[in-house]
Design a protein around this ligand. Structure first.
Ligand SMILES: [Fe+2]
Ligand SMILES: [Fe+2]
Length: 187
């Protein structure tokens, strides 16, 4: 498969759309909108899918090759592999909390909303760090052989939402949510 920094950056644009959607649905959940929980579950399901299964492993492969070029200690600045492991743990925890959410328990709902906001903030920060450190370093330091090695180790699995056809598991409902949220943002 082909792999490039512009493609990874495009993934980040898509992830940001889902993160914005999660933040808006968190507010809706706090306002008592009963549809919000199901939409939040879909958003978290997306993050357990393409970002975790495809995007992060691609970045891990880029980081692995990059480490050979980096001066010692540079990985303390930004360690993509450690960041991904931490994000995965937090995603699993917030997903479990979302599944056991009880709309009638106001205290639990407030705690969940805070946890979900922390998750979206953490994801955004991670994206910013990659765009500030990982991607520029890869552009400057990786040679064509490095890119070939990275590409060979990556899955060709497509994004289930932002590909030509949205996967049935995310169905049209998800697309409608995105369209509606974008429309709401433009209002
Ligand atoms: Fe990442
Ligand atoms: Fe990323």
């Amino acid at each position: 498969m082909s792999l490039s920094i512009p493609l990874l950056r495009r993934d980040h644009v898509h992830f940001s759309l889902i993160l914005d959607m999660l933040d808006r649905q968190t507010e809706a959940l706090e306002r008592g909108d009963e549809r919000a929980a199901a939409i939040i579950l879909l958003g978290l399901k997306y993050f357990r899918d393409y970002p975790r299964k495809v995007h992060h492993p691609m970045e891990d492969a880029v980081y692995g090759v990059l480490r050979r070029h980096m001066v010692r200690g540079a990985d303390k600045l930004f360690n993509a592999v450690e960041e991904h492991a931490e994000l995965q743990q937090e995603l699993a925890a917030v997903s479990a909390a979302a599944r056991s959410l009880d709309g009638k328990d106001v205290t639990a709902l407030a705690g969940f909303a805070e946890r979900l906001r922390k998750f979206t903030a953490r994801e955004r920060h991670h994206i910013e760090m990659e765009e500030a450190y990982l991607y520029p370093a890869a552009v400057h330091l990786l040679n064509p052989e490095d890119w070939a090695q990275v590409a060979a180790s990556c899955s060709g699995e497509k994004d289930p939402v932002f590909s030509d056809a949205t996967a049935a598991s995310f169905d049209r409902l998800f697309a409608e949510i995105l369209v509606r949220d974008l429309a709401a943002r433009d209002e």
